[in-house]
Design a protein around this ligand. Structure first.
Ligand SMILES: NC(=O)c1ccc[n+]([C@@H]2O[C@H](COP(=O)([O-])OP(=O)(O)OC[C@H]3O[C@@H](n4cnc5c(N)ncnc54)[C@H](OP(=O)(O)O)[C@@H]3O)[C@@H](O)[C@H]2O)c1
Length: 291
């Protein structure tokens, strides 16, 4: 099977986990929720034209079809684009069940494989998330996925997976400066799991108007979104900002030609309300929410 080949102008990390070895993933990907249909297709097409090589979709977003069409219609070789998808709670369980979810996702997308396939939420009420991870690790051998991981897993959920002898390559979690979820990140890092930040620029929360962010941005001649995305990648996190706008898409990808100083990084780190037990209203609790 073909593998994602990093281009010279892409910055990427290497995924490691159970049955996953050295799979390159671009540090910046395009988030696609809540776009569907033609809007999603056009956004993905413009992102690919702008140089994005990493796309984030999910069964729950009802847009795997639009993402797949844009990839296949782009003229870019499939192996140069990294596609992540995720599956819903009804499929949690043994290999056959997760394989059914995977094959249905691939069918909707019109793709032969996903580069990364995630348990979207742990749904602890079902208590089948550890078994789902076991199934994902086994499915790597089929060639239908290149790597696997989890999303919205708290340190306790992750520990249950680790206790079963399994290491996910990625934990995709809510993370932005005002709610950085350090305990989740620290648990990921300690286990060798790469953190991918969703809602990386705060989804319209007012983060991009925060004076600390705008102050750094105006001093560096960058936009607030670029400063926040640089903060993610400089700390080793994948970030998947969503934009339907070609200009903002280009802006969000252009974060590799400047650096934040230690002082600026510390000032942005200090915005975190989760450090004192707080939580952004936009972050759902995986103990009670999931699909
Ligand atoms: N695993 C999970 O459970 C989970 C949950 C939520 C999200 N996600 C994934 O993460 C992705 C991103 O998260 P998100 O959509 O919640 O939030 P986000 O990417 O932090 O924010 C998206 C919002 O920011 C705007 N925006 C984008 N670039 C901008 C810029 N340079 N300047 C100003 N505004 C800008 C977008 O508007 P325009 O489109 O108009 O530019 C959109 O309204 C999702 O699309 C999805 O793929 C995963």
């Amino acid at each position: 099977m073909s593998t994602f080949q990093p281009g010279t102008d892409q910055r990427y990390a290497l995924l490691e986990g159970t049955n996953v070895h050295d799979v390159p993933i671009p540090m910046i990907g395009l988030g696609t929720w809540p776009m569907t249909g033609a809007q999603c297709h056009d956004a993905v097409a413009s992102a690919l034209a702008a140089g994005y090589r990493h796309l984030d979709t999910a069964e729950n977003y009802a847009n795997e079809d639009a993402v797949g069409r844009a990839v296949l219609g782009s003229g870019i070789p499939r192996e140069e684009v990294f596609v992540t998808s995720k599956f819903n709670r009804q499929w949690h369980g043994g290999t056959e069940s997760v394989r059914t979810a995977l094959e249905a996702g691939l069918e909707r997308a019109g793709l032969e494989y996903f580069d990364l396939f995630l348990v979207h939420w742990p749904n602890p009420d079902q208590n089948r998330y550890v078994q789902s991870c076991e199934s994902l690790a086994a499915l790597v051998e089929t060639g239908l996925i290149r790597s696997w991981g989890v999303s919205n897993f708290s340190p306790a959920h992750l520990q249950a997976v680790l206790d079963a002898g399994l290491v996910p390559a990625v934990n995709q979690v809510y993370c932005e400066p005002e709610d950085a979820q350090r305990p989740a990140q620290e648990a990921n890092t300690a286990a060798g799991v790469l953190t991918a930040a969703y809602t990386p620029i705060g989804r319209g929360s007012g983060l991009l108007q925060n004076p600390v962010i705008t102050g750094v941005a105006s001093r560096l001649g960058r936009t607030p979104a670029q400063v926040v995305l640089r903060w993610h990648v400089q700390q080793g996190r994948i970030a998947i900002p969503k934009s339907a706008d070609p200009r903002r898409q280009r802006e969000n990808l252009d974060v590799f030609s400047f650096e934040l100083s230690a002082e600026d990084t510390a000032a942005i780190d200090a915005l975190d309300v989760s450090a004192s037990g707080g939580k952004s209203p936009g972050r759902a609790d995986p103990e009670v929410f999931g699909h």
